[in-house]
Design a protein around this ligand. Structure first.
Ligand code: GNR
Ligand code: NI
Length: 174
């Protein structure tokens, strides 16, 4: 496994619509493993393939609290699709590894059912609520070229992107 470099906004790859995985083969499994290692190294709770520059419809998620006794609970998903959403909405203060140090409240369905292929290529369905539901929707948005700031007004988005530019210019690795 390998920790890969995370791509920061406004990189064009973050606006791309990623391509469906045809088969969960060794290449896709390695991509999933690298994404999980990259996500843990960056202390994130989710990661989409285009955040490391790959355009396959693959996401990884783990919302278990690594600072407590909680055991890791990684989810590796190819071709994730939301097949049901609750009418109830919930708001979270979202962040994104591709927009470091930037946060904004985003309203989304409070619960979702998602269908996906797991690491063995088997179709799975999962019911999610709370932070897991938010995170899965945030990751699927990435695969469609959508960032959480796209839900903000043009004015607010402009302010976030300006602050981000400053943060990245002050980083060694940017
Ligand atoms: O680490 C992350 N935290 C987070 C917090 C609230 C809502 C969504 C997220 S996902 C984010 C990691 C990331 O950028 N995934 O694409
Ligand atoms: Ni993100």
């Amino acid at each position: 496994m390998a920790v890969r470099k995370i791509v920061y906004a406004p990189a064009p790859v973050l606006k791309e619509v990623c391509k469906a995985v045809e088969q969960v083969d060794a290449r896709v499994q390695t991509l999933m493993d690298d994404m999980l290692e990259t996500m843990y190294a960056a202390r994130g709770i989710g990661l989409a393939a285009n955040q490391i520059g790959e355009t396959d419809r693959v996401i990884v998620v783990d919302v278990a609290d690594s600072d407590s006794e909680e055991k890791p609970a990684p989810l590796l998903m190819a071709n994730p699709e939301v097949i049901w959403t609750s009418e109830e909405l919930s708001s979270y203060n979202e962040g994104c590894l591709s927009l470091p140090e930037q946060y904004a409240d985003v309203e989304r369905p409070a619960a979702v059912r998602v269908r996906y292929l797991d690491r063995t290529g088997t179709t799975q369905e999962l019911d999610a609520d709370g932070l897991l539901a938010t995170c899965i929707q945030h990751e699927i948005d990435h695969l469609n070229g959508v960032l959480f700031v796209d839900y903000l007004s043009k004015l607010k988005r402009g302010m976030v992107m300006k602050r981000l530019k400053k943060v990245l210019s002050q980083r060694e690795d940017a």
